[in-house]
Design a protein around this ligand. Structure first.
Ligand code: NAD
Length: 436
């Protein structure tokens, strides 16, 4: 099939590449010329595990092309995916300007039947808006489908190639048939393509992300309570997670969720509720708790240094909002580093992938280290913000040698409390007893 993907960020590039991998001819359109030039030169512009292999293979096979020309993209595909940003607007709602302005252009430019597929995360009613805008100018038949994306950064290729489910919101049989044909190679193991109306599909994405953000936040509250009463959140988590109604995943406490999706999607659903005269009380709490959670370690760091962080050097491991990505959008590391800098601390940071992005945000306010160990040199303490695998089993002797004081503030509960005691660290984590 001939496919066009408008917007080649984390979602668009993975969508385009994976659809090419199953034999489709794909053109990806992006407004960012530098990005398009890079991709034309065979360079993957984001860090996403396993994407490079598929990317290279499909470019070589002539199934994956890139352009800055929307007209070229629209002329090519029978199915046009919109993978455009829907960032947070000033009032918390989703900013639909990218989706709607491209839709207007689509209406003006298409001359034969197209299925416009919205993959961006958008509020209920957006498919209707997109349809109305295209219809203002379109001189041919077209359908609009809502097809929210559930991939996770860091596992995006796997998630796209082997999705647990595909949601298709469509009121057109013609479009639904095309979508089922396109996705059939991805559901050969029997996972479902769930067809529903467009509004339900749009809400499915917001409901899923808000539920997951709530699950994390609930555990963060349990962790905070554990600290006050002397319970161990890891034990509580193990006890809870074995209940199949609860499940083991998304029960890990820490310094809050971040990323390009959960924060904005929870806020957008709350705002959409307000617009429909519905007060999402639970989401309001989730937003408040998560915001506080990002700096939950700050008073403890402050207390350790007797409220005098001025001139103290803190090594920071992990800057990305989660492991296996270079994405730093809304990363908890940013909130806590801002607060530490404000208090006069000196920060020596290391992340396997996110340093270029974080340096765009912080510039020379941070010292960027070559390795996880060089970040520790002459540091007064170590702070862990992201649970990259390489941080999980460090050489404790080296840590003690390099750090001025053997102190770890762990926002992701990477280490065993008993090990920390045996090794002689001062170890402060989330929802577990402090080791002094
Ligand atoms: P992104 O910011 O990484 O990428 C968006 C791309 O669109 C950029 O490359 C940008 O240059 C391009 N663009 C902007 N305006 C354009 C235009 N007029 N024409 C062509 N290209 C244009 O965004 P993303 O993370 O891929 O997210 C896209 C959508 O998918 C959002 O709605 C997001 O909420 C949703 N989503 C994201 C994820 C995720 O993990 N990142 C997962 C599921 C859903």
């Amino acid at each position: 099939m001939k496919i066009s993907v408008i917007g080649t960020g984390y979602v668009g590039l993975v969508t385009g590449t994976c659809l090419a991998e199953t034999g489709n001819e794909v053109i990806c359109v992006d407004i960012d010329k530098t990005k398009v030039d890079k991709m034309r030169n065979g360079e993957v512009p984001i860090y996403e595990p396993h994407l490079d292999v598929l990317f290279e293979r499909n470019i070589k096979a002539n199934r994956l092309k890139f352009t800055t020309s929307l007209a070229e993209g629209l002329a090519h595909g029978e199915i046009i995916f919109l993978a455009l940003p829907t960032p947070e607007d000033e009032d918390g709602s989703a900013d639909l300007s990218y989706v709607l302005s491209v839709s207007e252009e689509i209406g003006k430019k298409i001359s034969n039947y197209k299925v416009i597929v919205d993959k961006s995360t958008v509020p209920v009613g957006t498919a209707d808006k997109v349809r109305a805008i295209i219809a203002e100018n379109a001189k041919c038949e077209f359908d609009v489908v809502s097809n929210p994306e559930f991939l996770r950064e860091g596992f995006a290729v796997d998630d796209f190639m082997k999705p647990e489910r595909i949601v298709v919101g469509s009121s057109s049989e013609r479009a639904t048939t095309l979508m089922k044909k396109l996705y059939s190679p991805f559901v050969r193991s029997g996972n479902p393509i769930i067809v529903m109306d467009e509004k339900s599909a749009e809400l499915t994405k917001y409901a899923s992300n808000s539920f997951l953000a709530t699950k994390i936040t609930f555990m963060n509250e349990i962790a905070n309570y554990c600290e006050r009463v002397g319970a161990d959140v890891d034990m509580v988590r193990a006890g809870m997670g074995t209940d199949s109604r609860i499940g083991r995943r998304f029960l890990f406490p820490g310094i809050g969720y971040g990323g390009s999706c959960f924060p904005k999607d929870v806020k957008a659903l709350k705002k959409a509720g307000k617009d429909a005269d519905y007060d999402f009380k639970i989401l309001k709490s989730v937003i408040e708790i998560n915001s506080a959670q990002k700096t939950i370690l700050l008073p403890k760091i402050d207390a350790y240094f007797n409220d005098d962080l001025k001139g103290k050097t803190i090594a920071v491991w992990g800057l990305a909002f989660k492991p296996e990505t270079d994405d730093i959008r809304e990363a908890p590391s940013i909130a806590i580093m801002d607060a530490l800098l404000e208090k006069g601390a000196i920060l020596q940071v290391f992340d396997p992938e996110a340093m270029p992005n974080i340096s765009k945000r912080f510039g020379d306010k941070l010292t960027y280290s070559e390795s996880m160990y060089s970040a520790l040199e002459e540091a007064d303490a170590l702070l862990i913000c992201t649970e990259w695998s390489i941080f999980r089993t460090p050489d404790y002797n080296k840590l003690k040698e390099l750090l001025r004081n053997p102190v770890i503030f762990d926002g992701r509960n990477l280490y065993n409390i008993n090990d920390m005691e045996t090794e002689g660290f001062t170890y402060i984590s989330i929802g577990r007893k402090a080791v002094n």
